[in-house]
Write a protein that binds this ligand. Sequence first.
Ligand code: HEM
Length: 286
Amino acid sequence: MDFITWATSPWGQTVPIHIAWYLIWVMVIAGLLFMIVHALYVGIFAAKKTFAKNDSPAVVAAIPERVPRHSFVARAFHWVMALSMFALLITAFLPKVGVKFDWVTYHWIAGLVLTASVLFHIFHASFFLDFWSIWPDKIDLRDARRRLLRSIGKEAPPPDRFAKYPLENKFYHFVILLSGLGVIATGVFMMKRVNTFGIFTRNPYLFGDMTWGMMYVLHGLAGVGLIALIMVHVYFGVRPEKLPITKSMIFGYMSRDFYLEEHDPQRWAVEKTSPPKEGYAPSDAD
Ligand code: HEM
């Protein structure tokens, strides 16, 4: 079974034209299998999470009831990106599984929104956020080993609590970064093949058939990869133990109890911003 669909060019050359669309179902099934196996593992086998904790009373007393986690700008970026991502997945793949509609214009408009929001995010994260907070550090790697050993019943000291992001979230961010940049880099060139009402001058001869074909294949591979990645992301977002994190992406804050339970004040210090006076109550994030 070939994962690429091939065609013969006017010059008799065999060239790739896009991925084989059965990969859509492979990714949907992979995403579903991941969720089922994970839910069974957590429900039946996994031990309760334990962390090493020794916060002094002074440290605990200094933590506000609402711990700021995502600024308004960071949350706005996340939801704009999420909306454009869903629009891209729907417009790309529904026509391939039989729901026919004129998808191309909606698709590239959503593509430009995603591209602009990702460029903004790179700028914002580099100059206004803590750039290194999303990359694994030495303690993450040490604790991954400890957690693995403990999960299979071996002796190991309890891991520290997380910094701002758990290692799994950092790993997810890296994979989505690669696939996101993959669809963006190829998608921007593919704009030269379609009618973009003058935003891009059309030039289907920019590359040869082989290069265009590889570009469509790369776009498709990164695109189908995003099906499983987004499914898994939404699954974790609605899991009960992750709800405080999801709510913080809506309201911007997490409760002191959750923060002290899963995050280490020494690894992720509370930012000195004033919490909102009304609206979101700390208990909402429990
Ligand atoms: C979640 C992200 C994305 C997914 C899942 C996705 C998926 C797809 C798929 C499956 C196709 C059909 C390709 C083919 O026929 O081989 C396509 C075409 C296309 N995509 Fe995307 N894409 C995404 C992001 C983007 C972005 C960010 C842009 C622009 C910046 C973009 C622009 C285009 C264009 C211009 C086409 C060509 C349409 C044509 O030649 O008929 N896409 N996309």
